[in-house]
Design a protein around this ligand. Structure first.
Ligand SMILES: NC(=O)c1ccc[n+]([C@@H]2O[C@H](COP(=O)([O-])OP(=O)(O)OC[C@H]3O[C@@H](n4cnc5c(N)ncnc54)[C@H](O)[C@@H]3O)[C@@H](O)[C@H]2O)c1
Length: 194
């Protein structure tokens, strides 16, 4: 059995989401990395006369995350060019990109209500055959998916090997699938989580 992943969408560009996006790019897959648009201007933005509508402001959070990943030590990206596989956007202007994802990774703050609202929103646009995973540390997957209008396939994102220890980047997605237990593998193709 196999599941072809051509495009990944990572939502939440913090420690985990940023790392996952880099990992996916290292495996050679294009990634959309999304985060919230700020609701307040920073002092520097005010000084520059920018408004909340300016694209640089709207993508400020996710843009800072990508810059951090590009400069990280140990390296997040295997090569500088790998970072080009990551396209950044914000959840207000670019949410329609979620429809293009074969795998949608939720990696936002550990807050049940925020995750529920996001999953319900994802349900409105995602491709029905897509996989939705949550990177939650401890919230029940069923609770995160409970308020979605259509029960999604939501999985806990399995632990991935550290980027600097991965000998074969192309094996990351295979590693991801293989690290699922039998029940999760079956669910990945057949059924939905409740
Ligand atoms: N940091 C770890 O070591 C670790 C390990 C395992 C699992 N996790 C889990 O991974 C998830 C992310 O953790 P993290 O450490 O990357 O957090 P983080 O604080 O570094 O990043 C969270 C990101 O979510 C964004 N965000 C906040 N509210 C949002 C909302 N309502 N909608 C969309 N995006 C929002 C923030 O802007 C931020 O970029 C959490 O569920 C956490 O429990 C973290």
């Amino acid at each position: 059995m196999g599941y072809l992943i051509n495009r990944v969408v990572v939502i939440g560009s913090g420690t985990m989401g940023g790392g996952i996006a880099a990992h996916v790019a290292n495996a050679g897959l294009p990634v959309y990395l999304l985060d919230i648009a700020p609701t307040e201007l920073s002092p520097q933005e005010e000084k520059r006369g920018l408004t909340l509508e300016h694209p640089a402001v709207r993508n400020r959070i996710v843009s800072a995350s990508l810059d951090r990943l590009k400069k990280s030590k140990p390296l997040s990206f295997f090569t500088p060019q790998t970072a080009d596989l990551v396209t950044i956007g914000n959840l207000s202007d670019n949410f329609s990109w979620v429809a293009e994802g074969d795998w949608i990774v939720e990696a936002i703050v550990e807050n049940l209500q925020a995750k529920r609202e996001l999953v319900a929103r994802i349900e409105q646009v995602r491709n029905p055959s897509s996989i939705v995973s949550s990177n939650t540390s401890g919230l029940p997957i069923g609770a995160i998916a409970a308020t979605a209008s259509v029960p999604p396939k939501v999985y806990a994102t399995p632990r991935l090997p550290m980027p600097d220890k991965v000998a074969q980047p192309e094996s990351v997605v295979k590693t991801l699938f293989n690290s699922l237990n039998e029940k999760q593998k079956e669910a990945a193709t057949n059924t939905s989580w409740r």
